[in-house]
Write a new protein. Structure first.
Length: 394
C-alpha cells in the first residue's frame, strides 16, 4: 500500500513542479520586458508606461476575491484555473496586435483580469496538496523561480534576435502548456475564499496581522515593481535585451536554493528574523542601484534577490497563515496577496512611472529603498512586540 501511494504521489508532485515552471517561465519572458516593449516599440512616455503596468496589480485587488467566489461556488478550482490559463493565453495574442494607447489599456485590463486568477488558485491547490502529503510548499514554488530565471535569458535573446513582440508569443505558448498540465492536478473541491467580509473583519482586529500587511505593502511593492522597471534600468546603464534576460536569470535563479532552505531556517532563526533579514538585503540592493554602479556590478548584485525575494515569499506566506486564526486563513492569504501583490505593486509602479518621466530609472530605486526601510522598521516593531509578549508569559 505504501509503495503504491508513493508511486501516485511522485508523478503528481512532478505535475505541480511543471505547472509552476511553465507558468513563471511565461511570466518571466513577458513582464520584465513589457516596459521595454512599450518604451522602444510603442514609444510611450514613462507616465503612460507606469499607468499601463499598474493596471495588473490594481485589477488584482478587486478581481482576486471574485475568482475565489467562483471557485467556492463551482467547487472546481482546477477547471477555473485551466480556464484562466487559456483565456490569458488568448488575450496575450490579442495584446500583441494592438498599437493605440486606448486599446493597449483595454488589453492590459483583460489580461490582468484572467491572469490575476492563476497564482492564488495555483497556490491554494498546492497548499492543500502539501498539507495532505506533509510536503514543502517552498520546494514546489522554487520551480516557479527557476522557470522565471531561464525565461529572462530566453526571452531577452529571442527579443533581440527577432522582435520584442516575441514576449507575447512565449507567454501564450507557456500558458497553454500550463493549462494542459493543470488539468491533471487533484480535483478536491476545497474552499478558497469563504466568508470574506466576516473573515476580514476578524483579521483587522489582530494588530500584528495589520502591522504585517503594512510591512508587506512597503517591502513587496518595490519587489514586484522592480520586475517592471529593471529592464529599463539595465538598458539605461548600457545593457542589451539579452543582458536584461541574463540579469533576470541570475536574479530569479538565485531564489530557488533559498526557497528550499526556508523550513530549516525558520526552525533555527524564526520567521520575523528571516523576514527582517530579507527586507534589509532588498533595501541595500535598491540603495546601491540609486548610485548607478557599473553594469557588471548590477549583474553581480542581482543574486541578492535570492536572499531577499527567495526568503521573503515563502516565509511571508507561512507567517500570514500562522498569524491568522485557522477559520480565516484562506481569507488572510487573499488579503495579504491583494495588499502586497496588488496595492503595493500598483502604488510603486505608478510612482515609478512618474519618476521615470521626470528623472532617471536609478531614481526609482531611491524611492524603493525608502519604502523598504519603512517596512523593515515595522518588522522591527513586530519583533519587539513578540519579545515583550514572550517575556510577559515567562
Amino acid at each position: 500500500m505504501e509503495v503504491s501511494a508513493r508511486r501516485e504521489i511522485l508523478p503528481l508532485k512532478i505535475v505541480f513542479l511543471l505547472v509552476y515552471f511553465c507558468t513563471f517561465f511565461g511570466f518571466g519572458a513577458f513582464f520584465p520586458l513589457l516596459s521595454v516593449y512599450f518604451k522602444n516599440e510603442m514609444k510611450l512616455s514613462g507616465t503612460e508606461i507606469g499607468m499601463i503596468m499598474s493596471i495588473s496589480p490594481i485589477v488584482t485587488i478587486f478581481i482576486q476575491p471574485l475568482w475565489g467566489m467562483i471557485c467556492d461556488y463551482t467547487k472546481k478550482p482546477v477547471t477555473v484555473l485551466t480556464t484562466a490559463f487559456v483565456l490569458t493565453a488568448l488575450f496575450s495574442v490579442m495584446y500583441s496586435s494592438v498599437h493605440q494607447y486606448t486599446w493597449i489599456v483595454v488589453m492590459a485590463v483583460l489580461l490582468a483580469f484572467t491572469q490575476s486568477a492563476i497564482v492564488p488558485i495555483s497556490d491554494s491547490i498546492t497548499l492543500n496538496y502539501v498539507q495532505k502529503t506533509s510536503g514543502n510548499y517552498g520546494s514546489i514554488r522554487l520551480w516557479g523561480s527557476i522557470g522565471f530565471a531561464f525565461a529572462g535569458l530566453v526571452g531577452g535573446w529571442l527579443s533581440e534576435t527577432f522582435s520584442l513582440v516575441a514576449i507575447f508569443y512565449i507567454l501564450t505558448f507557456m500558458l497553454l502548456l500550463s493549462a494542459g498540465l493543470a488539468w491533471k492536478l487533484p480535483r478536491e473541491g476545497h474552499s478558497m475564499n469563504t466568508a470574506v467580509v466576516r473573515g476580514m473583519a476578524q483579521l483587522f482586529k489582530i494588530p500584528k496581522f495589520v502591522l504585517f500587511l503594512a510591512a508587506a505593502f512597503l517591502v513587496f511593492g518595490p519587489i514586484y515593481a522592480n520586475n517592471f522597471y529593471f529592464g529599463v534600468f539595465v538598458e539605461e546603464m548600457g545593457g542589451t535585451l539579452t543582458g536584461v534576460g541574463f540579469a533576470f536569470l541570475l536574479a530569479a535563479g538565485s531564489e530557488a536554493p533559498f526557497m528550499k532552505m526556508t523550513d530549516k531556517l525558520i526552525r533555527r532563526y524564526g520567521m520575523i528574523t528571516i523576514l527582517a533579514f530579507a527586507a534589509t538585503v532588498s533595501a541595500l540592493r535598491w540603495f546601491f542601484y540609486f548610485f548607478e554602479p557599473p553594469l557588471w556590478l548590477i549583474y553581480v548584485t542581482t543574486i541578492a534577490q535570492g536572499l531577499s525575494v527567495g526568503l521573503f515569499i515563502p516565509v511571508a506566506l507561512q507567517y500570514v497563515r500562522e498569524t491568522a486564526p485557522e477559520s480565516v486563513r484562506v481569507t488572510a492569504v487573499s488579503l495579504y496577496s491583494a495588499v502586497s501583490n496588488g496595492l503595493g505593486s500598483w502604488f510603486c509602479t505608478v510612482i515609478g512611472g512618474y519618476i521615470l518621466d521626470t528623472s532617471h530609472a536609478s531614481d526609482i530605486y531611491w524611492f524603493f529603498s525608502l519604502l523598504t526601510v519603512a517596512g523593515l522598521a515595522i518588522l522591527a516593531i513586530i519583533a519587539l512586540w513578540d519579545r515583550k509578549r514572550m517575556k510577559d508569559i515567562s
